[in-house]
Design a protein around this ligand. Structure first.
Ligand SMILES: CC(C)(COP(=O)(O)OP(=O)(O)OC[C@H]1O[C@@H](n2cnc3c(N)ncnc32)[C@H](O)[C@@H]1OP(=O)(O)O)[C@@H](O)C(=O)NCCC(=O)NCCS
Length: 173
């Protein structure tokens, strides 16, 4: 019988299957994308709690269908508990192709069990096999868990985005 946290994590990892999302998974990926959007609206006062283009089923389906984009899902006992979504492009001024991880999300009760790492690893492999020169992701500075995850996989911080909130200045006047 499984008794400690490590064994439970190991057991879950052996049962989790990371695979490319199929069109039939769309509804589940949209559900998780909605949760991710809600999480971000709590973390960031500039992000609306209402669904945006990032949760739009048509946009997600376009990414599932592939081409320069890919969506991976984590399936556990027939249930989708996480996903990663990204695409390949060559942004202005870049010397080569870049993989961009737009979303990586694991349902709350399944976090801390290695599923996020598996999802990022899988999309990384896909980017590499498709000839990118680098892979990037935007992570909020206070998202310690996500920063730890990416850094432990070899990602390095290259950028800091600063924000000036106009309402803060008005409050000071
Ligand atoms: C970020 C996220 C995808 C990570 O998924 P996860 O399944 O919990 O991550 P893992 O269990 O694979 O852990 C990977 C690493 O994250 C770090 N980590 C995991 N749980 C942590 C915790 N409670 N506190 C701090 N770091 C933690 C560790 O470095 C861990 O590696 P280790 O176990 O070898 O030390 C998940 O927390 C999530 O969905 N968060 C909300 C959405 C989000 O912030 N997405 C990222 C930006 S798109």
């Amino acid at each position: 019988m499984v008794t400690n946290k490590e064994s439970i994590t190991e057991l879950i990892q052996t049962k989790v299957r990371i695979r490319r999302a199929k069109e039939e998974d769309l509804q589940e990926v949209v559900r998780l994308a909605m949760e991710l959007g809600r999480d971000e609206s709590v973390r960031d006062s500039m992000i609306s709690a209402s669904p945006s283009g990032f949760q739009n089923p048509e946009w997600i389906l376009k990414n599932i269908k592939g081409g320069n984009a890919a969506v991976f899902v984590a399936e556990l006992d027939g249930r989708i508990v996480g996903y990663s979504l990204g695409w390949i492009s060559q942004p202005w001024a870049y010397k080569g192709k870049r993989g961009y991880i737009c979303d990586c999300f694991v349902e709350k009760s399944y976090r801390g069990k290695g599923i996020g790492r598996m999802l990022v690893n899988q999309i990384l492999e896909w980017f590499i096999s498709n000839g990118v020169e680098c892979v990037e992701a935007d992570v909020y500075s206070d998202n310690i868990r996500s920063l730890k995850l990416f850094k432990s996989l070899g990602f390095k911080e290259i950028f800091k985005r600063l924000r000036f909130m106009v309402k803060d200045r008005e409050n000071q006047l």
